[in-house]
Ligand binder design. Sequence first.
Ligand code: UN1
Length: 496
Amino acid sequence: MAAKIYKNLIGGEWVESRSGQTYENLNPADTRDVIGVFQRSDKRDIDDAVAAAAQAFEKWRLVPAPKRAEIIYRAGQILLERKEEYARDMTREMGKVLKETRGDVQEAVDTAYYMAGEGRRLLGATTPSELPSKFAMAVRMPVGVCGMIAPWNFPMAIPSWKLLPALVCGNTCVIKPAEDTPLSTYNLVKTLTDAGLPKGVVNIVTGFGPDAGAPIVEHAKVNAISFTGSSEVGRTIGEVAARSFKPCSLEMGGKNAIIVLDDANLDLALEGVLWGAFGTTGQRCTAASRVIVQKGVYRQFADRLVYRAQRLKVGNGLDESVEVGPQINEQQVATTEKYVKIGKDEGAKLEAGGKALNKPEHAYGWFFEPTVFTDVDGKSRVAQEEIFGPVISMIPCENFDNAIEISNGVNYGLSSAIYTKDVNRAFRAMRDINAGITYINAPTIGAEVHLPFGGVKSTGNGHREGGLGAIDFYTQWKAIYVDYSDKLQRAQIDTE
Ligand code: UN1
């Protein structure tokens, strides 16, 4: 059966790319499986999409926010009805196991319900004026056309973090999904249109970063940019956006650590490390890629972690018994292989995994063994650089202070975790770990959508997704003064 052809959505019409070029979306667990044929778009398609979004903005901004929210709420309900279908699509195109892709769709549902609620708040502020018979308030205004560039690891959840707050605030959007996972973002956009979103309010344009992503960032009529991806690409996007003073939210890498202290519940910590490190095949910005273990329990913990990592079932995520799916593509496997070599050269001890899998059932996919390095130096490259694969580095530590120092000793600061039963040390960790997210007795992954999501240092540029941070990003404050005294009153001058 020929694979289905998916088109761009521009101004409410499903259209082919201007060049007529397309590309195939392949299943990372079995590259013989073509999921669909998607448009390979370029600047001309982006120009069309931005023009449509700019036109739609003039009407959409006038729709009352509670009405905009009703559409988003309905989209959440429809997503819930289609959860299983969309989760299966996502496992096929992205690889992570069904349990997780159901979670990814659920995260979009949660975002829809949360942001629909915001439609009846979008709180501004009223405040007294310093002059008599004068009223002062601050209100939130939409920004205009928002350009969004999404990653492949959460191909529905992360687009929902971007689109849904932007929409409830009255903006219109142009989104480019990751080239590896366009179908899940397409499914989200399709759901929004089925829920009644007017034409042109959301436009989806598929394709590759340099051809279809760069023109979004450069476009004069795009008023804000939201990007999730690597720090390297984020830096370029930030620089380009800064030239035209565009607000730009960058959500980038991580090198997240779980600290396990001597007094921790080790059974709990072990489950947490396995889930944090190998869930989503380690391909989360929040993945645990370092585990810093206090020396009294270090060897015992290493043995248990190695034993369990070697027994994780790796395979096609559509098989419910599989625990770890493939990596997304050949380059990601190559990166993981590169870092395994770097780790060995640096003198870390490879105790589990370390190789791409090539058993017959893995022959057509991008599978890699869950990998554990022990006795890793916290300053070495495997302990400093983001790998985005199923690799964890165990770093021994002396005590609490030393653990915090190692945890903070990287250029990233997204997520973090500590396992301890000592409430004082837990609170000191909440205060002293330099990261956007800290978990106590839970792994580094699993952020909830109504809390701020983002990080410090090279992880981000100060913005937050999720929670009210998203509303802050997708609105601009406007101060309004209403003088009802019927005379000229001069602030700071008429002081009597
Ligand atoms: C990401 O990896 O970019 O907290 C997002 C988590 C998920 C989101 C991860 N809810 O792990």
